[in-house]
Design a protein around this ligand. Structure first.
Ligand code: AMP
Length: 277
């Protein structure tokens, strides 16, 4: 497994890979969720590239960039047994050299939900992912459903900018009690960690209503809120029942829909979602 940080080294190594290449972009501090993407990439491609880069441009001024968890040696030891060919760990200077002024923006899809709560976040995400696509030239690129809006935005960008690759969205990996795996779970205290199952419980309760025939989106949102307020350590930021493709809030669920939410536990912000239909 080659571990490289310069762009020149990455390009040279990429040129030596013949056949299909699966790309898994990450910010590191890897968990089973990331590794499930790597395993899928390995199963579907002749070669796998993993990138580890905590992308400063997708963090807001008051977000957790400086304390985002990092442990490169641990990440590499998790990747080695999976048969990864190449790990690229560019520095911020490699990705954003002095004088940098070029940005990729997806419009309407980035307005609601995470885009509304985290201004500029998706501009950072799409810019860095476009640069990772250019640098690694993958056949297929793997992203998690855990970040549902990010997945939708990247799929749109890949189509709109004619990237010659397939975007593959992989299911959310969860802890035994339903909590979606996330590098940010590490921030949770013991009591917050216990309470954090409330996201899964709220989504499950709304899904159960839906499966019982409920199609009023407001009732599904209300059910999620009702469960969230039952957890004293949880502070809801938003709940949503939106059209799966446009991400616009629904009145009635008629086709595929996305239930999603963002919830604070102290300073830790967790997101999760379920797809309906
Ligand atoms: P991150 O390192 O948080 O930027 O995540 C890198 C990739 O892993 C993104 O495509 C995420 O959506 C995906 N991912 C993160 N957590 C999970 C999870 N629990 N299950 C599946 N994919 C995930």
């Amino acid at each position: 497994m080659d571990v490289l940080s310069s762009l020149a080294d990455l390009r040279a190594a990429r040129l030596s890979l013949n056949g299909t290449v699966g790309l898994v972009p990450t910010m590191g501090y890897l968990h089973e969720g990331h590794l499930s993407l790597v395993s899928r990439a390995k199963a579907e491609n002749q070669h796998v590239i993993v990138t580890i880069f905590v992308n400063p441009t997708q963090f807001g001024a008051n977000e957790d960039l400086s304390k985002y968890p990092r442990d490169l040696e641990r990440d590499l030891s998790l990747l080695r047994p999976l048969g990864v060919d190449l790990v690229w760990t560019p520095t911020a200077e490699v990705m954003y050299p002095p004088g940098y002024q070029t940005w990729v923006e997806v419009e309407a899809l980035t307005s609601p939900l995470e885009g509304a709560m985290r201004p500029g976040h998706f501009r950072g995400v799409t810019t860095v992912v476009a640069k990772l696509f250019n640098a690694t030239q993958p056949t297929k690129a793997y992203f998690g459903q855990k970040d549902a809006q990010q997945a939708a935005v990247i799929r749109r960008m890949a189509v709109d900018l004619n990237f010659p690759l397939e975007v593959i969205i992989c299911p959310t990996t969860r802890e035994a009690d339903g909590l979606a795996m996330s590098s940010r779970n590490k921030y949770l205290s013991e009591s917050e960690r216990k309470g954090a199952t409330v996201l899964f419980r709220a989504l499950s309760a709304a899904k159960a209503l839906y499966e019982g025939g409920e199609r009023d989106a407001e009732k599904l949102r209300r059910k999620m809120k009702e469960v969230l307020v039952s957890e004293p350590l949880a502070q809801m930021q938003y709940v949503s029942c939106a059209d799966y493709d446009s991400l616009q809030e629904l009145d009635a669920v008629t086709g595929k829909a996305l239930l999603s939410m963002a919830v604070y536990f102290g300073k830790t912000r967790l997101i999760d979602n379920f797809v309906l239909g």
